[in-house]
Every structure is written in structure tokens, then in C-alpha cells.
Design a binder for this molecule. Structure first.
Ligand SMILES: [Zn+2]
Length: 490
């Protein structure tokens, strides 16, 4: 039996172990920072894509597939963007035996691809709002240490690119992006986040302002999940994304972009819910929602026959189910599927068969519970057995979410002085008064980075928070104008 480091002891090592033992990704591919994602992870990430895309479709986004290569001349059009991304670009410089006349960037993000086409497509106010997205892999030459799923040189995300006639409707779209984050990543995936307006010095290259949701991985260490950016007219001017407005004036469109990174959200989900025994997958996300373990089936072939009937009944009702009829011992099977995070286990042995029931065990509770299969295959079963399984699955999802929220809330603490912050920062997110999240605060932000190894995450936008009159910035002693959050980034 494999040996899993307890998450409570060393969550980082636990994540490495789980990646190997649950077969989420193989890191032995021979380019640094590139992984082979394996079926147990890919299946769930596909489901995550489906949830996010269904929501975008509902909000009126249309799906595109853009080329992975961006000509250098497009890439160079917006100067802040170039400066921000150039150090991270992989360039394609030759093809076959030819050196190319112009280099192509392997997309690190696709603003400069989309907006060059927007300038051809958008003509009139009637074309707006214009909402697009694509599901794509993007490439960034990370020079910091790479970490599977969390910081890699190729990652899998969705990027949305939208155009609006004015700033107000563009900003409304940003608020809607943040609502989507809460609705899907928070409510369905069960990952709690707080939403910030990033400080000026931490704004996306080429954006007027950046908004982002941070999740906590463990010990107060945060990770950015989606961010959404107000690009204003910074890209539409150089790219010529113009439209004729109702007043017949030609105007530049306001652009926004939003980027949920599915491979990273997946890792956050695994780290949020897992425990010492392994993964715990929300019912909605599990590739296998129910694992059936037949007991003593070699002696009683009827057990396997019945197990197949149960699986059939569940499948018919849209539940993803597998039977583990391998020749491992039952205990080993239990351990394995618990480690993989399967939400519900059904045990079925000769005695259960006689009593016309199965034993159900939920991954989060670990308690055994009898469920009747007396009416299997009949209408009565549909109302009882299948509904019972679905009900337990959804209860599990809710329990995972509730416990994640509690842990998350407990990690947010208030501190107003430097000694207090120093004492608490290693395991918490600190809420503190601060001089300014504008350019003036950049020096204090550097102190936070150098002395505390932490970053200013920003100011809340979902709730209004104001410092008291007497509050001072703990780093420069000047009057505090905002409440910010400080945390270590994973
Ligand atoms: Zn300050």
C-alpha cells in the first residue's frame, strides 16, 4: 500500500504524494515546467470547464478558437502589455529549414490576438456588447520554481474578451465575472474566495485596474484564482477597435478580459477539500461518483450480478459509477478509492444480498449506513435508491463547502501593528489599515514583500471597509486610507 504523507502534517508534500498516487499528473515529461495530465484529473477538469462555460454561455458569450501563435507585431502594439509579458514569451523563430521573417509568440494570453480581429468585426453600437471566450492552453516561461498545476509553463484556462460601448457597462461585466466566480468556483466547486481590487502596482499589464478572487490553499497561503481586468481603451486605441455610436460619432470600445485557470482551480479544489486519507471530491466533480465494491464475490457470483444491476440503475439515472471487481482485498479497495476522493462507496456482500440492502459509506463521514435495494429496477427504486444516492452526494458537497468556509474565515485575522502582523502572518491572512493602494503605497508594499515575504492582496470590492480615523499604516506610520489584506502567496 502506498504511503501518503498526512495533509495535517505537511500539505505541500501531501499534494505531491496525492498527485502521484491518485495519478493526477506525471511530472517526468522532459521539458521543465510541462506536465502530462492524467485521466483522473482531466475528467474533473473537463467537468469544471463545462460548468464555467455553461455560465458564460448563459451570460451571452460566444465561443471561439484562436490560433496559438501571435505575430510579434501584434504583440508589440500595446506597450505596457509588451513590457509585462515579453520576459515570459516562448518564441517560434523557425519552421522546417527556414528562419521565419517574423517571430511568433506562443500565446501567453490572447488579448493581442482577439483585439486585432475585434477591429475587423466591430462596426456599430449595434454590435455591442460583444462577448467572446475560448478554452485554451497558454504558455509562459516561468523563471520561478514551477509547481505542478499551480505554477507551470503551460496551463489550461478559459479567457474571455469582451467589448462595450462605455465604461459603465464594461465595469458591470467585471462585476458579473466576479459573481460567476462566486457562483461556480464558490458554490459548485466549494472553494471559498475573497474578491479584491488589486493595488495599482499589481495591475495586469495593459489594464486600468485588476480584480481577482483569492483562495487559501493552507496555512493562510493564498493563490489567485480568476482575475478580471478593466482594459479601458488601452488596447482598443492602438488596435483600432472602434464603433459608430448612436450619435454617429466614432468611439473606441471599452474592453474587459477574464481568465479562470482550470488547472490551477483544480489544484485549489484538491487542496481545499483533501484530508489525511486523500482527496475528497464534490459529488458534481467526481469522475466516479459511486464506487461499488462487491464482497466475497468469488464465493458468491450472485453478488457481482447484483452489483452490475445496481450500477446499471445508477448509470441510467445519470450517475457516474464503477464496480471494483479487481482481486485486491476489500480493505485495500476501500483505501484506494478513499484516497482518490470518490464521494460514495457501496459495499455489497452475500449477507447484504439476503437482506436486500447495500452498505453506503460517504467519503467525508466514513460511517456505514444501510440502504434498501428491495425495489431495484422498479419505479419505487427510482424514488428510493437512486434518490438516496443523489441526496447523500449533495449532502457531501455541502459538507465540504461548509467546512472549507469555516476554515477560510478562521484564517482571516485583524492586526494593526507591525509586531502583530509579523506574529500572525505565517498562518493567516491579515486585515490591516494601510496608507494607499495607489502608487503612493508601493514603497510600503515593498517592505511587506522584503520583510514579511508576503504581498498586499488589495482592497475588498464585495464589502466596503474603511479604516478608523486614528488608524495609521503599520509600515510608514502615515494616515491609513484603506483596509488591505496581506498574505503569503503559494
Ligand atoms: Zn504605508
Amino acid at each position: 500500500m502506498a504511503n501518503l504523507t498526512p495533509k495535517s502534517k505537511d500539505p505541500s508534500q501531501w499534494f505531491t504524494d496525492i498527485m502521484q498516487q491518485a495519478e493526477l499528473a506525471d511530472i517526468r515529461y522532459n521539458i521543465k515546467g510541462f506536465l502530462v495530465y492524467q485521466p483522473w484529473a482531466v475528467d474533473t477538469m473537463e467537468i469544471m470547464y463545462d460548468f464555467i462555460e455553461a455560465d458564460l454561455n448563459e451570460r451571452g458569450h460566444k465561443k471561439y478558437w484562436f490560433p496559438a501563435l501571435i505575430p510579434e507585431k501584434n504583440f508589440n502594439i500595446e506597450s505596457d502589455h509588451v513590457e509585462g509579458f515579453t520576459p515570459q514569451v516562448f518564441w517560434v523563430e523557425s519552421a522546417g529549414a527556414d528562419k521565419l521573417e517574423e517571430r511568433y509568440a506562443l500565446r501567453p494570453t490572447s488579448e493581442t490576438a482577439f483585439y486585432s480581429m475585434f477591429s475587423l468585426w466591430l462596426r456599430s453600437y449595434k454590435d455591442l456588447p460583444f462577448r467572446t471566450y475560448q478554452r485554451a492552453n497558454v504558455f509562459r516561461y516561468e523563471t520561478k520554481a514551477t509547481r505542478p498545476f499551480l505554477r507551470t509553463r503551460e496551463f489550461f484556462w478559459i479567457e474571455t474578451h469582451c467589448a462595450f460601448p462605455d465604461e459603465v457597462s464594461a465595469f458591470q461585466n467585471i462585476l458579473d465575472d466576479l459573481k460567476s466566480t462566486e457562483k461556480i468556483i464558490g458554490n459548485v466547486f466549494g472553494i471559498p474566495t475573497i474578491t479584491f481590487k488589486r493595488p495599482k502596482w499589481d495591475t495586469f499589464a495593459g489594464a486600468d485596474s485588476t480584480y481577482a478572487a483569492d483562495a487559501v490553499l493552507f496555512n493562510g497561503k493564498v493563490i489567485q484564482l480568476p482575475s478580471t481586468h478593466m482594459l479601458g481603451t488601452n488596447f482598443s486605441k492602438p488596435f483600432g477597435v472602434k464603433f459608430q455610436d448612436k450619435d454617429e460619432q466614432e468611439k473606441f470600445a471599452y474592453l474587459t478580459c477574464y481568465g479562470p485557470c482550470v488547472s490551477r482551480i483544480y489544484a485549489a479544489m484538491v487542496l481545499t477539500h483533501g484530508d489525511d486519507k486523500g482527496m475528497k471530491l464534490p459529488f458534481e466533480l467526481a469522475p466516479t461518483q459511486v464506487i461499488i465494491v462487491p464482497i466475497l464475490a468469488e464465493k458468491e457470483p450472485k453478488v457481482l450480478v447484483e452489483a452490475k444491476k445496481i450500477a446499471e440503475e445508477l448509470k441510467k439515472n445519470g450517475i457516474r459509477v464503477q464496480i471494483d471487481s479487481s482481486d485486491k482485498r476489500a480493505g485495500e479497495k476501500f483505501y484506494f478509492w478513499e484516497m482518490k476522493g470518490v464521494p460514495i462507496r457501496i459495499e455489497l456482500g452475500p449477507k447484504d444480498l439476503e437482506a436486500k440492502k447495500v452498505v453506503l459509506v460517504r467519503r467525508d463521514e466514513g460511517k456505514k449506513k444501510d440502504v434498501s435495494i428491495e425495489h431495484l429496477g422498479t419505479i419505487a427504486s427510482k424514488n428510493n435508491f437512486v434518490e438516496e444516492i443523489k441526496k447523500e452526494g449533495l449532502l457531501l458537497s455541502k459538507a465540504l463547502k461548509d467546512s472549507a468556509i469555516t476554515a477560510f474565515k478562521n484564517m482571516i485575522v485583524d492586526a494593526k501593528t507591525l509586531p502583530e502582523i509579523k506574529k500572525l502572518i505565517s498562518t493567516n491572512i491579515i486585515r490591516t489599515p494601510f496608507c494607499s493602494a495607489g502608487h503612493e503605497g508601493a514603497e510600503c508594499a515593498q517592505i511587506v514583500e522584503k520583510d514579511l515575504g508576503s504581498t498586499i492582496r488589495g482592497t475588498r470590492i464585495d464589502v466596503k471597509e474603511k479604516p478608523a480615523h486614528s488608524d495609521k499604516c503599520p509600515f510608514c506610520g502615515k494616515e491609513a486610507n484603506e483596509i488591505v489584506y496581506i498574505a503569503k502567496q503559494y
